[in-house]
Write a protein that binds this ligand. Structure first.
Ligand code: CAP
Ligand code: MG
Length: 428
């Protein structure tokens, strides 16, 4: 009997410009070759099932995906465009990132990257503001933007939270940020936080003469999230923050459109990603997540730090940065490259275990077109949050010039105290 799945392998096929292409890292299970596994992945993610069908009309044969390149464990699959519904991210992902992860013939499979054809690209809106729009709002042209999450992560009242924001803004921070697990708990109701924080934000702007803003976490059930976005717009906010992966892509699509009418930027937190991005052999890469987030249209996204408290390899962080910042990326080993066309760039956010002493190294690695977020690295400063905020800003100022942090800290006491506390070390 012929192996039906092999009909989905065609190494002489060249993808057409409007095919969607996926790059998988694939390991077949015992008893199966790589072609057996590749054929099964292409079949299950397009039109196939576990056996040859009695009726397979010719027109449906044209919808078969093709595993067209197999190099070691890296397999490229081309999908005909008619498999997909325009602007429907859940449908696209149920196809190419659906059942395949559980197939018995596959030991491990990781979706490394997706190359989006023009038609699908056009069916999503992309960021409303993008990097340029954000920088314009905040009137910060060259340096990294700064953000801080008050710590403890949750437990502060709305008043305490706003007071922390005020201290940080006055100290030199641009963006107050909520933590991913702060929404509207009994001790800190969303409505109270909106009122308190924007009141003190306006005051901090007046006192510093700088633009200040607030990444307020609206994460909730979709309708509630839209209500919260409206409350932020009414209070004069510029942003909402959302936990994109725990909310889900459909909710994010809905929110993206609402934010267009409310003129709000979206800060995307990626809590949950490591559940399926961290295993290098199985799951979905963070690069793929960043593609989807950019297509749907977040304005800012967490990418890791290389040197902070959370696992984020240098190659991955730099790949994410390029994928978010550039209009066009090249095909390299585990990346298919993409022409983003009219889809605007997204501002990468580096966060997780950062403090002033790590800023020069971070900027050397990732550059200045980023947001630097420090929670513990501001609120653990021995002289409090305002001093911590000042120290972070001083570290950025000196890193922008490339001069020595240690020397600069001699006449910048907040920075000096931060360095006395944490040095230039990474804390796990
Ligand atoms: C950082 C952070 C972020 C992580 C998320 C936290 O706080 O606010 O959630 O950065 O990871 O609560 O841990 P600290 P990533 O500055 O106190 O470490 O950015 O990698 O998505
Ligand atoms: Mg957090």
């Amino acid at each position: 009997m012929t192996e039906w799945y092999h009909d989905f392998v065609n190494t002489s096929y060249t993808p057409k410009p409007d095919d969607l292409v996926c790059l998988f890292r694939l390991e077949s299970a015992e008893g199966f070759g790589i072609e057996d596994a590749a054929g099964r992945v292409a079949s299950e993610s397009s039109v196939g099932t576990w056996t040859e069908l009695t009726a397979m009309p010719h027109r449906i044969r044209r919808l078969m995906a093709k595993a067209y390149e197999i190099q070691g464990n890296l397999v490229k699959v081309a999908y005909p465009p008619s498999l997909f519904e325009n602007g429907n991210m859940p449908q696209i992902l149920s196809s190419i990132a659906g059942n395949i992860f559980g197939m018995k013939a596959v030991q491990n499979v990781r979706l490394e990257d997706i190359k989006w054809p023009k038609r699908l690209l056009k069916s999503f809106h992309g960021p409303q503001l993008g990097i340029r729009g954000i920088r314009k709002i905040l009137k910060v042209r060259d340096r990294p933007l700064t953000a801080t999450v008050p710590k403890p992560k949750v437990g502060l009242t709305a008043k305490e939270h706003a007071r922390a924001g005020y201290e940080a803004w006055i100290g030199g921070i641009d963006l107050l940020k909520d933590d991913e697990n702060l929404t509207s708990q009994s001790f800190n109701k969303f409505k109270d936080r909106v009122n308190e924080c924007f009141r003190l934000r306006d005051r901090a702007e007046k006192e510093t003469g700088e633009r200040k803003s607030y990444l307020i976490n609206i994460t909730a059930e979709t309708n509630e999230m839209l209500n919260r976005a409206k409350m932020v717009a009414n209070a004069g906010g510029e942003y909402v923050m959302v936990d994109i992966l725990t909310c889900g892509w459909a909710a994010l699509q809905t929110l993206r459109d609402e934010c267009e009418s409310l003129k709000l930027a979206i800060h995307a937190h990626r809590a949950f990603h490591a559940a399926f991005t961290r295993n290098r052999l199985h799951g979905v890469s963070m690069l793929t997540v960043s593609d989807i987030a950019r297509l749907i249209g977040v304005d800012q996204l967490h990418i890791g730090t290389v040197i902070g408290k959370l696992e984020s390899p240098q190659e991955e962080v730099l790949g994410l940065r390029d994928n978010l910042q550039h209009q066009k990326t090249d095909t390299i080993a585990t990346c298919l490259g993409q022409n983003w066309d009219r889809i605007k760039p997204v501002l990468p956010t580096c966060s997780g275990g950062l403090h002033p002493g790590l800023v020069p190294e971070l900027m050397k690695l990732v550059g200045a077109n980023i947001i630097i977020q420090a929670g513990g690295g501001v609120w653990g400063h021995p002289d409090g949050g305002r001093a911590g905020a000042a120290a972070l800003r001083q570290a950025i100022d000196i890193a922008m010039t490339g001069d020595s942090l240690e020397q600069y800290s001699r006449d910048h006491k907040e920075l000096q105290r931060a360095i006395d506390t944490w040095g230039v070390a990474t804390f796990k």
